[in-house]
Design a protein around this ligand. Structure first.
Ligand code: LLP
Length: 404
């Protein structure tokens, strides 16, 4: 995205033009950014050709998933719904892994029938359930087990998953029990050890620590795993102050790990693939003066983008048409929802705004639309994929008749 003649432009079109046709709020994705991210990801780890399974939870738009599939990626799913959408997008079942702490029997059964690559289990009870379903289907099913490596990912506590107090994965002791159970179970084939320590990770060190833990465990565990699934978590730079994750160092740590262990690596990236491709364009409905600040009341709200309300996440917020006049008071960008947490950001310095001006909320491609809801009975925004000067509606704006 860049300003061309003071107008914020995505690929070859400016947002003003896009929204004059499709309205606001609107999620706009850049195809060329998506392509760049996938190629960069592949390039970073090309020396060991990992299987890259896009984390569907980060963006569940079937048209986005179809584009991602064209680059040969698989999918990481966490529910029947996500599995269905991955299959609908044409992803090869042999490139699908199923994660999650609470898969039900019917979800497991469905996944077995679809012959996906791996069901990554997170407890012995779940593995027993998989074995039962596999027996009923008269199949031998490839599974993984998720280890909780007790590693601090140095990220927001709400999106940290690899510490022992988190609900995810199993500890060393349970892992050994699982290995023993799998040895005597005819219908399951324990192929994979998986880990995912958290999301929005910008420092390679937690990954290095996690790899050391996995390596030590593998050396002690009496089992030959075919795959190590390292999950996702690679962070993006939401702010100019953020330092980028050093992929070279992460790659180096994995190469070191692979010298000791002859396994195939799986990744489950979400945010690093789709996060910075998406922008939410919203319009100023009203400007309300208060003593110390001005409330900029937008037509997008926490139902459209939950991350600020849920995690205190801050997204870069910029004007669609640039000017040189600045406001004297700070601006608090809020939505119309009846919750005080329906607030995007407070900025001390911003150009002077008036009602009907357009605002861009950046880097919302991951966990933006996928976390959206109909709270306050607000319809979901339109989603548009921008390729050069072409605009493709990839999900229509929801109509009231869709839910009333
Ligand atoms: N694999 C597993 C098992 C996961 O739980 C997740 C994310 C991923 C892969 C993908 O992680 P990524 O590469 O996108 O970081 N809603 C939060 C993020 C929650 C992440 C949940 N798990 C947010 O808006 O920041």
């Amino acid at each position: 995205m860049k300003y061309v003649n003071k107008k914020l432009t995505i690929e070859k079109i400016n947002f003003e033009k896009i929204t004059s046709k499709f309205g606001t709020p609107a999620y706009c994705y850049s195809y060329s950014k998506l392509k760049e991210n996938i190629n960069k990801f592949k390039e970073s780890f090309k020396s060991f050709s990992p299987l890259i399974c896009f984390a569907i939870k980060s963006n569940t738009n079937v048209n986005i998933i179809k584009e991602i599939k064209k680059f040969g990626l698989g999918a990481d799913v966490v529910s029947i719904g996500e599995l269905m959408i991955a299959l609908k997008a044409g992803i090869n079942p042999n490139k699908i892994v199923f994660s999650g702490v609470g898969k039900t029997f019917s979800e497991i059964n469905f996944a077995i029938k679809k012959k996906i690559l791996l069901i990554n289990a997170e407890s012995l009870s779940e593995i027993k359930e998989i074995n039962k379903a596999a027996k009923i289907n008269n199949k031998r099913v490839g599974i993984g087990v998720r280890l909780n490596p007790n590693t601090d990912a140095n990220t927001l506590s709400q999106i940290s998953t690899g510490k022992k107090e988190n609900k995810f994965g199993v500890n060393k002791k349970t892992l050994n029990q699982i290995v023993n159970y799998c040895k005597i179970s005819k219908n399951i084939d324990l192929k994979c050890l998986s880990v995912h320590i958290g999301s929005q990770i910008l420092n390679h060190k937690p990954y290095e620590k996690m790899l050391r833990t996995v390596s030590a465990i593998l050396s002690k565990t009496n089992h030959a795993f075919e795959f190590i699934d390292l999950g996702g978590g690679m962070g993006i730079t939401y702010s100019d102050k953020n330092k980028k994750l050093n992929y070279k160092k992460y790659n180096g740590a994995i190469l070191k790990f692979l010298q000791k262990h002859n396994v195939k690596i799986i990744f489950e990236p979400g945010r690093s693939i789709i996060g910075d491709t998406g922008t939410l364009i919203t319009k100023v409905i009203y400007i309300k003066d208060s003593e110390r600040k001005k409330f900029i009341i937008l037509d997008a709200a926490m139902n459209d983008l939950m991350r600020p309300a849920l995690y205190g996440a801050v997204h870069k917020t910029i004007p669609v048409i640039k000017s040189n006049k600045f406001s004297k008071k700070s601006y608090e960008f809020v939505g119309p929802i009846c919750e005080s947490t329906d607030k995007f950001v407070t900025l001390k310095k911003f150009q002077k705004l008036k009602e009907n001006d357009l605002i861009a909320i950046c880097d919302v491609g991951a966990y933006g639309m996928s976390l959206s809801s109909n709270y306050n009975l607000r319809p979901k925004a339109v989603e548009l994929l921008i390729k050069g000067s072409k605009i493709k509606v990839i999900r229509k704006r929801q109509k009231y008749k869709d839910f009333i």
